[in-house]
Each structure stands twice: as C-alpha cells, then as structure tokens.
Write a protein that binds this ligand. Structure first.
Ligand SMILES: [Zn+2]
Length: 672
C-alpha cells in the first residue's frame, strides 16, 4: 500500500489526507523522504556542470520537497495533538534530522558551488530576490559551520545533534508536567468563582474523564483561577504547581537539560569564531548585538518597574484590608489586580466575556482582513487532524489565496501557548504554491466558548502571523511568509492586535452570545480605557524573562542556570510578588528549540515597530486607510524576507521608530 504521506495529495487545495494518515506511516515516510532529499542534494553537489543560480540555489530550494511535506504534517501534529507514538517518533527523529541538516551544510562540494556563485554574484545577472536568496544561503552555510574542517567540523555536528535531542526532551518533560498535575476541587472550593471559571474547571474534568471540577495547569484554566479564586491557600497551591513545571525532580526535571544546552550553545558559538552565543545569534537580526538588546530592555525596565512597584503597594493595601499580614505574594497579584480593576475601571472580566464568543472574534479577525486587504473566508468541509480543528478557504476577488485552519481549544495532547505554523508555505518557484496555514490556541472549551480579553488578543495576534503567510508573494520558499529576522517576525502579529481595540470593530463583532446585542458603549469605553491597566506587571514579568535569556547567552554559559537566574533578577531588582513570565525550567521559547534563544527580547523589539506602525493609521484618522493598508501589504505582509527588515520597515513608514510609542502604548510614559 502506498504511504499516504508520500502519495499525491489530490484533495481540495492539496490538503494532506488527514483521514488516511496513520501514526505508523510517519517513520517510513521520513526514511523515504530523507533518502530522496539526500539523493537530490548529492546530485546538486556533484553536478558536472558549472554552478549556476538555477542548478545550485534554485535546485536546493526544491530538493527537500517531500521531506518538507512530511515534516509539515508531523511537527504540526506533534505540537497540537501528541500521543505516545508521536512523542517516541519525535525523540527518534530529532538526531536524524539534525544529522541530515549537518550533512547538507557541511557538504564541501556544495558549499564550494555556493561560494563560487557568491564571489561571481555581480556578473550573474540575478534579480534582486535571487541575489538576496544567494546571500542568505551562503550566510546559513557559513553560520552552520561550512568553513570548518576536521575535528572542529565533527564536534559541531555532535553538538547540533545533542542539542536536538535535549530540546525534544525539554519539550516533552514540560508537556508531561503540565499534563500530570491536577487537583480535584470540592464544592466549597468553588465558592466565589464566576460561572465561566467553574465551567472551564468542569470541562477540564471532562477532558480527563472525571466527574466534578478539576484544576489543571493549562494556562486557560489556571490563569483565571488565580485571578478569581478568593481562596488564598488554593491560589498558593496552584501558583506553586504552575511555577514548578519542569522543576519537580525526577525524570521530567529540566534544570540539568537547560545547563547542558547553554554550555553546548556557547561551545558552538566559539567554534564558529564568536565571543558568545548571543553575539552569534544576534548577528543576522535587526538588533545585531547583545548591547543593543540590553539598551532597549533597560530603557523600558526602569519605568515598568516603577509602575509595578506603585501597583504592588496598592495591592498590598487591599491584602491588609482582607486582614492578611505579611507581604504580597506572587499568588496574590492576579487576584487583587482583578479586584482593583473593578474599582478603578469598573471593569469586570466576567461581565465582558459574554460579549467575546469565539465565533464572534474569529469573524472580527476575518472582517478586519477583509476591510484592509480584501480577503474573503469560506468554511471548508473535509477531514482535518482533530475534530476541534476548522478550516476556511481564503480568496481575494475570486482568486484562491490560502487555506486557513483554526485549532482553538486546549487539550492535554497540545502543548501550551499559542502559535501559527504552516503545513505548506507560499512560493512561485517551480509552480505557484499557495499556503496552508494553521493557528493553534489553548482557549477553554465552553458552550459556547467565551474568550477573555487576553484570549481575544491572542486570537488576533496569531491571525496576524497567519496573514504574513496568506499574503506572502515571493518566488523562493527560503524567504516566504514569516521567514524573516526573528525580531521582525512579531511585527505583523502584534500590529494586528491593535485592530481589536478599534471601537467600530468591537461594535460590530463583540456581541452578546445569547442576545446578539452589541457590547454596551460604556462597557466598551471602560474596556479601552483600561487597556494599559496592570501593564507594569505584564512588562516586568516579560522583561524578567527577556533579561535572563540574554544573560544566559552573553559571556560564559552558567554552570547553574537557576543560580544565574536568581542573580540576574537580584541585579535588576525584580519585585518579589512578580515571577518571570517563563522561568528557566519551563522557558520553552529558549530551550525547546533555538528559535527564541537570546531572542525572547524580539517581542519588545517588534513592539517598538508595531506601536509606530499603527500610529500611521491613527495619524490618518482611519484604521482602514486603503493606501496605508496597501503599503503594509506591499512592503511587509507580502514581502517575506526578500529584503533586510530595516529596509522593509523604512519603505513602509519612511523612517525607523523610537521607543516612545511603545512606552505610551503601555501607559508607562507618565512614570518614566
Ligand atoms: Zn507571535
């Protein structure tokens, strides 16, 4: 029988045949696809013809097509719907894929061809995009160690392979810790909780096949519990369990893994001639150097901490009023901040949720994309990989643009957080290929599912990433969609969040799930007025993580990351009642892969630009200004990595931004 992963995908829009794929198909499909890719790479490297862009770079672009197809399906499923078989295969694949990628980048004959083209680039009559892709290929090879020989080359290969194994273990340990912890709650332990929190605790129990109500470590369950439970003892239990993920001792403990990863990264950077891993990692980013990153983070840190300290004093006052002595603790912050929000802004998260049904917010995200970019969305039937996932066809003026998949609900088989990825990316090389994009979130299930304001922002955020793929219009897959500098990639997503706060978007789409009535204007205005509420906390918990990440990768790797983490937090004066948004043992951004290592700062770097970019629409006094939207698509959303990020931004806005719009957007200017 033919392997469905390797057969032609003849279903609508070439979607993977999800209903035909069985877990046991993945292993053999990977083996075959790897063999094919090896043969294709060898044919390019050993081609007797003189190197040309077409027979080298363009050929490389298409050499791993089946491998990319199989990996696209597998890694999406491994993240959003894992099981024991998929986890085992993931562990098995990590070193195999790493070895293959090392083979390619260490292939001397291949690198010689690329280097020959690079040296002759001005005589090759390349298009602007081809020149850019050639430059990026050469940079990728050099940074992967193509210029190393002998023992050094061998050692680099070992390091990469070991890192791949460690990051898979890190992820799986975290998933296990999040899945394994649960606490059944008795009736009196539910007292004082709003209905939607009780509902999500019931749904969490159901998902585990249990009766009653169960507190779990899914963010969509534990976070509202910490916000609303008047039971300080239970909040402490929940917060400690949440904070201990990856640090529970035993087989799933991530601390030693983190230390080994940091040491190997430093060794890798040194082999390649860099002072430390941060210098290596930041070189191709907009930031360029660890110093530039630290400058930005510290400029924001000071006003953010001042704001958080002032807020902490106010919250501690409320703690006293409840008759509790002793300091404000991390498990108190969300609870008292929620109470204070009601006092200051007369805004109750529970009163808001009925106006934020999931389907209404999906419709809002689609409608904004329609008004800005003319995109249309039509529900698509057909089997997907999980019953909770839904698909839409995206078109513009009748032309097929993409398939968009939304997989919104939390479940035990899904890793935490929210993300956007692609089963297939856009390209024109060879043949025109349109993308298949997926947004994965962890919203609490409900009937109907009602979002928090934070959830709604997350939905818009991930949809902004999706648009970066859907609107992509480049020739080469290497620079398609979100294949841009790490500190630029959050610009489209964070920029899109701004449209959720446009009053007419809320008026049209934030409608009561039962009555269909629009959110009352005074509730809407109070919601928008409260937009900067508790931003001291949010900024501090984020910056704590970003500064620890940067410190881990600057200078020698710490032998004891937990001690180094404590040292960094001490140096910056982290407020005691605020934890890091992600502490080391569960800092998946940094340890579950290489993506955001020495790169967690990227969100703030991008925010400097998104605040400034949305200001372009505000200055025009039209959030849907057609010419600005057209520029946004032309220079940013369709352009992928076809030019340096700084050039793209400057083309859109006419200049680079300063940090002020960000401080203003977070309400931190008044205390700065
Ligand atoms: Zn993002």
């Amino acid at each position: 029988m033919t392997n469905p992963l390797l057969s032609d995908w003849t279903g609508p829009f070439g979607l993977p045949p999800f209903d035909a794929i069985r877990d046991e198909d993945f292993g053999p499909a990977f083996d075959t696809a790897l063999d094919e890719a090896r043969a294709a790479i060898a044919a390019i490297a050993d081609d007797p013809a003189e190197p040309s862009f077409a027979n080298t770079i363009a050929a490389l672009e298409l050499a791993e097509e089946n491998l990319e197809r199989v990996a696209g399906v597998f890694f999406n499923l491994a993240g959003s719907d894992s099981n024991a078989a998929r986890e085992a295969l993931q562990r098995d694949l990590a070193p195999k894929l790493s070895a293959f990628s090392s083979e390619v980048t260490m292939n001397k004959a291949l690198f010689t061809r690329i280097e020959t083209l690079w040296q002759a680039r001005s005589d090759l009559d390349l298009t602007e995009e081809e020149a850019r892709v050639l430059e990026l290929y050469r940079r990728m090879f050099v940074r992967a160690g193509a210029q190393l020989d002998g023992a050094e080359a061998e050692r680099l290969k070992e390091i990469k392979s070991r890192l791949a194994v460690l990051s898979t273990e890190f992820t799986q340990n975290l998933l296990a810790d999040e899945r394994d912890w649960a606490r059944a709650l008795t009736g009196d332990e539910l007292e004082g909780l709003p209905d939607f929190v009780v509902g999500s605790l019931r749904a969490a129990a159901e998902e585990r096949g249990q009766d009653g109500h169960v507190l779990t470590l899914a963010r969509s369950v534990v976070s509202p519990f910490l916000q609303f439970s008047p039971r300080r003892d239970l909040r402490e239990i929940a917060h400690k369990a949440w904070a201990a993920r990856g640090a529970n001792g035993g087989a799933t403990d991530n601390r030693a893994i983190a230390a080994e990863i940091l040491a190997l990264r430093e060794e890798r950077a040194k082999l390649l001639g860099y002072a430390d891993f941060a210098s290596f990692k930041l070189e191709p980013e907009m930031a360029k150097t660890p110093g530039a990153v630290r400058d930005l983070l510290m400029r924001v840190w000071k006003p953010a901490r001042a704001k958080a300290e002032a807020d902490a004093a106010a919250l501690e006052e409320m703690l006293r009023e409840d008759g509790i002595n002793g300091p404000l603790e991390p498990w108190d912050w969300r609870y008292y901040a929620e109470k204070r929000r009601k006092v200051l802004h007369d805004l109750d998260e529970a009163a808001l949720k009925p106006y934020l049904p999931l389907d209404g917010m999906i419709a809002a995200a689609f409608d904004v994309a329609n008004r800005l970019f003319g995109l249309e969305f039509r529900p698509l039937d057909g089997p997907l990989y999980h019953p909770d996932a839904r698909a839409w066809e995206v078109t513009r003026k009748g032309r097929h643009m993409a398939v968009f998949i939304g997989d919104y609900f939390a479940r035990g088989s899904k890793r935490s957080g929210a993300w956007c990825s692609a089963f297939r990316s856009q390209r024109k090389l060879g043949a025109e290929v349109r993308p298949v994009v997926v947004n994965v979130c962890n919203f609490a299930k409900g009937d109907p599912a009602l979002l928090s304001w934070d959830d709604a922002r997350t939905l818009f955020h991930e949809f902004g990433h999706a648009l970066h793929q859907i609107l992509s219009d480049v020739t080469h897959p290497f620079i398609s969609g979100t294949s841009v500098a790490r500190d630029f990639v959050e610009l489209p997503s964070q920029l899109y969040e701004h449209w959720l706060e446009v009053p007419e978007v809320l008026d049209r789409h934030a409608r009561h799930w039962k009555t269909g009535e629009a959110m009352p204007a005074d509730l809407r205005d109070r919601l928008l007025a409260a937009a900067t509420y508790d931003q001291g906390f949010a900024t501090v918990e984020y910056l704590g993580s970003a500064l620890v990440d940067l410190a881990f990768h600057t200078g020698p790797a710490p032998a004891d990351p937990m001690a180094r983490q404590a040292e960094v937090l001490g140096e910056i004066g982290m407020p005691r009642a605020i934890g890091m948004r992600h502490a080391t043992p569960h800092f998946a951004h940094v340890f579950a892969g290489d993506g955001y290592s020495a790169g967690y700062y990227s969100y703030m770097w991008s925010e400097v630009m998104d605040a400034d970019a949305f200001a372009a629409f505000e200055e025009a006094e039209d959030p849907f200004h057609p010419e600005i939207a057209e520029k946004l698509e032309r220079y940013i959303l369709s352009a992928g990595g076809s030019r340096e990020a700084e050039e793209l931004y400057t083309a859109f806005r006419g200049r680079m931004p300063g940090v002020e719009p960000l401080l203003k957007g977070r309400g931190l200017l008044d205390v700065a």
